[in-house]
Write a protein that binds this ligand. Sequence first.
Ligand SMILES: O=C(NCCCOCn1ccc2cnccc21)c1cc(-c2ccc(F)cc2)cc(O)c1O
Ligand SMILES: [Mg+2]
Length: 214
Amino acid sequence: TRSTRPQRMLKAVQKNATKGNPKSVISAIDYFCKHSEWAMNVGDEKGSILDSVVTEVNPSTVLELGTYCGYSTVRIARLLSPGTKLITLEFNPANAAVAKQIIAYAGLQDKVILVEGSSGDLIPQMKERFGITTFDFIFLDHWKDRYLPDIKLFEECGLLRKGSVLLADNVICPGTPEYLEYVRKSPRYESKYFPAHLEYTKVEDGLEKSVFLG
Ligand SMILES: O=C(NCCCOCn1ccc2cnccc21)c1cc(-c2ccc(F)cc2)cc(O)c1O
Ligand SMILES: [Mg+2]
């Protein structure tokens, strides 16, 4: 049967990237998406903003919602201090299987805990299953209508501390209006918008960085 787009992306990584070289894996995926097939990775323009925020925060505890093929997982994991691991949630088992292989090809498997399931089920399990008290950095890149219920879940589960940073993809396209309104109006967050474009296109999009004030 016909291969899937994530499977074709994995093949492109195995063909064009160097094993154990995260930068070459990132470049191979961006090349594939620019010249072969568009795919919903955060991409190089928004990815550079993601890199700068991760570098600034230098987090010890990291959560990513929405692994997809592992592109942003590789971008984040390559910047983490030795011994730091990131937890990434993926709902779709087929995507998780591809992501696992792309993360391993980059040589970052020891820095990543890939968990299959839905955020609504898994967020309340973070403390007991992974020994997390609070997250220093959270990257939201999953179902856009889950951003708002999940940030409320983080608050209810006591997973945020003064200074926790949440970075949300796609706040313009496809858009997360209710989430944006919440973080921009709430006195408990300091929010900042980073304008960019939808990955590999000229369509307007951007990232919203929100710092929890406690
Ligand atoms: O839909 C998108 N991402 C989400 C994937 C499913 O995520 C499911 N999922 C992954 C963990 C997880 C945990 N709990 C629940 C659901 C959970 C997404 C979509 C677009 C996009 C923009 C324009 C278009 F014309 C078409 C698509 C761009 C993006 O950058 C995106 O991120
Ligand atoms: Mg996205």
